[in-house]
Design a protein around this ligand. Structure first.
Ligand code: EPZ
Length: 432
């Protein structure tokens, strides 16, 4: 397994281009199952999760063509992918594939809506919590499907006349539940109203794309979404929105190491709560047509308390990175995780770098230290891994991050992007 060696203590200066958002790209790719036309996605990031989902969709019969792979193509620009689901050959998503990426469970909605049936493996738990799918199944049942669980598989069947619109209230805000409801209701007969829907930008991006495909959706980005079902959807062309979590991650890296970086293409309105916390920590954040610029010159990092919440609150996907920043603050901060019950796996590893963090239920109390020191650390999940990278960039000496395949799932060209701003990040291939 590859490792990453980071020599810390260098400020970051320059430009980091922000890629298309992983968490928008995945549901957008899955939406291709809703049409027999071609869905063309631009600005698709080159990530392990995107490649794996391509394989999963291929298993259902989706043909895909990737543009922008010729020698000499701009290496950091997103790819253009044409997805064509004219012939769905299989409505089963097997355990071997779904267990490797939780979001692939969402294929259940378009398969059920278009083909009338789906058999999809339950995704199971993961490093950050139990992550049930009860609310996703509730959506399918509300739309008239029968849902059974047999030998670890969800078997969903639409009634003979197809799915029917319904009034659906989420007891908890769920991004995946909202994606599922959108993708199932766009082809259902009649009117659907979603109450307490997720307002995340990735939900809005999916709705925008579905509207281009001919869906009738109002209110995406608010807690109440209305959908009027249509008989069929057509192909479309859509550009994946910029990754707010990648942008927030690099912003926190600069706030930690010092320096001055333009996050090219990043959109501040997608991560205001994250930027507010970075400003409160003493960094300067400005934005213009090119993107978001973050700088910090000298001075101690200020302690800031945050609590994760659904959008527009502070994103859980930036909690680990912000904790890394707070490890060097001049005082004590409290970081509360309200979305996932077990998303503190990075605490032990940050401690290996010299951080002082105490856990009390869903609160991490971070007592800032003057210095972190490089050490071998282990990546446990995607966002936890990148928090270790940020901390290592600001630590004295050398850090080796093991199990970097987690990073490859969600950060495109991480080493290149950081190195072109003056960092020293080197990948060591397995076996060497
Ligand atoms: C999405 O996961 C993201 N994944 C996650 O990003 C992100 O952390 C999460 O939303 C919250 O913003 C993708 O978009 C691919 P949820 P999702 O359903 O949709 C509970 C990353 O690092 N819940 O919004 O699976 C659930 O347990 C990943 O990129 C139920 O109880 O998250 C959690 O406590 C990690 N029952 C809360 O809701 C359900 O049926 C929110 O989860 C579904 C969810």
């Amino acid at each position: 397994m590859d490792r990453i060696r980071i020599v810390g203590g260098r400020p970051l200066n320059g430009v980091i281009p922000i890629s298309g958002a992983k968490n928008a790209a995945l549901p957008l790719m899955i939406a291709s199952l809703l049409t027999d036309g071609t869905l063309t996605l631009e600005n698709l990031p080159r990530l392990a999760d995107v490649n794996l989902l391509m394989r999963i969709l291929g298993n259902h019969g989706v043909d895909y063509k990737i543009e922008g792979k010729r020698p000499g193509d701009q290496p950091i620009a997103g790819q253009i992918v044409h997805l064509d689901a004219a012939n769905i050959v299989d409505t089963t998503a097997p355990y071997e594939l779904v267990s490797r990426m939780r979001a692939s469970f969402w294929v259940v909605a378009p398969l059920l809506a278009r083909m009338g049936e789906a058999k999809v493996s339950l995704p199971g738990g993961c490093a950050i919590g139990t992550r049930p799918v009860d609310l996703l199944l509730m959506v399918l049942e509300k739309l008239g499907a029968s849902v059974e669980i047999e030998s670890g598989y969800v078997l969903a069947k639409a009634p003979s006349g197809g799915l029917r619109g319904a009034d659906i209230t989420f007891s908890k805000v769920t991004v995946g539940g909202t994606h599922t409801a959108l993708m199932a209701a766009v082809l259902a007969h009649g009117h659907t109203v979603l109450h307490n829907a997720a307002c995340e930008p990735e939900v809005v991006d999916l709705a925008d794309c579905l509207i281009k495909m001919g869906a009738r959706i109002k209110g995406a980005g608010t807690p109440t979404i209305e959908i009027e079902g249509v008989g069929r959807l057509n192909g479309a062309r859509h550009s994946v929105l910029p990754d707010r979590i990648e942008a927030g991650t690099y912003a926190m890296a600069v706030a930690m190491t010092g320096g001055d970086v333009l996050l090219e293409g990043a959109r501040p309105e997608l991560l205001q709560a994250g930027l507010d916390a970075i400003v409160a920590s003493g960094a300067t954040v400005t934005s213009n047509a090119q993107g978001i610029r973050v700088s910090r010159n000298g001075g101690r990092i200020l302690p800031v308390d945050i609590s994760t919440a659904p959008f527009p609150g502070f994103p859980t996907d930036l909690q680990a990175q912000f904790m890394a920043l707070m490890t060097r603050a001049g005082g004590t901060s409290r970081i509360t995780e309200t979305i996932f019950e077990n998303r503190f796996m990075h605490v032990q590893e940050l401690a290996r770098l010299g951080a002082h963090i105490k856990l009390e239920d869903d609160v991490a109390i971070v007592e800032g230290v003057e210095k972190l020191k490089g050490a071998p650390v282990m990546a446990t999940d995607l966002r936890a891994s990148v928090s270790l990278v940020i901390a290592a960039l600001a630590a004295e000496g050398e850090t080796i991050v093991h199990r970097v395949y987690h990073l490859d799932r969600g950060f495109e060209q991480l080493e290149q992007k950081l190195n072109q701003c003056g960092a020293s990040v080197e990948r060591i291939a397995s076996g060497s």
